[in-house]
Design a protein around this ligand. Structure first.
Ligand code: SAM
Length: 302
């Protein structure tokens, strides 16, 4: 990738993203089970669960930015957190997350939910006055912040400002290197397989911010505009906000790196990524999993 700085207008693309997620129906358990990407969903959940297992401790205060419909509430519950704040731009998703939390009486932690564009607003107006997170999580949502440098900086400011020194910032995001490599290996501007499609607008003119592509994932994302996250730029900017990289790994590599970890392997089975009779992701699902990377940062003491 040979990036050059640029900016793009973004207010309308944020509205587009919000209405895209607001209009996505809750699939329900039955439909989820029938989905072509059921094992990919389970694998993505496994990645998130292992990040949480590694970095979260009992009693932690969690800030989940771009929390969606609250799909990670159970994982945070398993980690026995103390407090949870979930924020998302999509108000309908936030209602569903709140409902999901209310329905699970076994939740031992208190929680609050807010609808807010976290890349164009400070979180100070909605967070409890004395709230400081031990861990901030941004799962499959950070790339929307890379529409402009300003929105990426507001996102990082929101992470860093609300995280205690030595606190952890974890996340998952599309891997720009992988996307651009695939683009260069394709004859046209698009590539994909039976479950996902990526379409770029050009092949040569890469920018650090606002480099848009359209993404479709069966049963999950319908032709939504997304932005490349140039990881070296993200890492450099994060350092300006006192966030130091612990690791970043593409999902395939992340999976390989955990095969020696018995807890993580057990979780592959308990979460149904692999069944006892050896069934697992299809070739297409495994390829789609390769689109993403996982990362963790630590907030340094200043
Ligand atoms: N984190 C959840 C998960 O892992 O299941 C949801 C991931 S979903 C793919 C991406 C989420 O990012 C959506 O819920 C979307 O509304 C949210 N999002 C996108 N732009 C946002 C913004 N500017 N502020 C807050 N949330 C945003």
């Amino acid at each position: 990738m040979d990036p050059k700085p640029s900016a793009a207008p973004t207010e309308s693309s944020a509205q587009h993203v919000a209405s895209h997620y607001n209009s996505r129906p809750e699939l329900g358990l039955e439909k989820r089970r029938e989905s072509k990407i059921i094992r990919l969903r389970k694998f993505n959940n496994w990645v998130k669960a292992t990040l949480i297992q590694r970095f979260c401790r009992r009693g932690f205060r969690v800030l989940d930015i771009g929390c969606g419909k609250g799909g990670d509430l159970g994982k945070w519950g398993m980690a026995r957190i103390g407090y949870y704040v979930g924020i998302d731009i999509a108000a309908v998703s936030i209602e569903q997350a709140q409902a999901r939390y209310n329905e699970n009486r076994r939740n031992k932690f208190s929680a609050e939910f807010h609808a807010l564009d976290c890349y164009r607003n400070s979180l100070q107006s909605i967070l409890p006055r004395d709230f400081v997170a031990d861990i901030v999580s941004m799962q499959f949502c950070m790339h929307y912040a890379f529409a402009t440098e300003q929105t990426a900086r507001q996102m990082l400011q929101n992470v860093a400002q609300n995280l205690r020194p030595d606190g952890i910032f974890i996340g998952t995001t599309p891997d720009a290197n992988w996307l651009v490599k695939r683009l260069h290996n394709s004859p046209g501007l698009s590539f994909g397989n039976a479950i996902y499609q990526v379409e770029f607008e050009n092949k040569t003119d890469f920018s650090l911010f606002g480099h848009r592509y359209r993404f479709t994932l069966e049963d999950a994302v319908d032709d939504c505009p997304e932005y490349l996250v140039h990881f070296p730029t993200f890492e450099r900017m994060a350092a300006e906000y006192g966030l130091q990289l612990i690791f970043q790994k593409p999902f395939h590599e992340y999976y390989q790196s955990l095969l020696g970890n018995q807890d993580a392997v057990n979780t592959l089975y308990s979460m149904g990524v692999v069944t006892d009779d050896g069934a697992t992701m299809s070739r297409d699902e495994w390829e789609a999993a390769g689109l993403y990377l996982a990362f963790a940062f630590r907030k340094i003491q200043r």
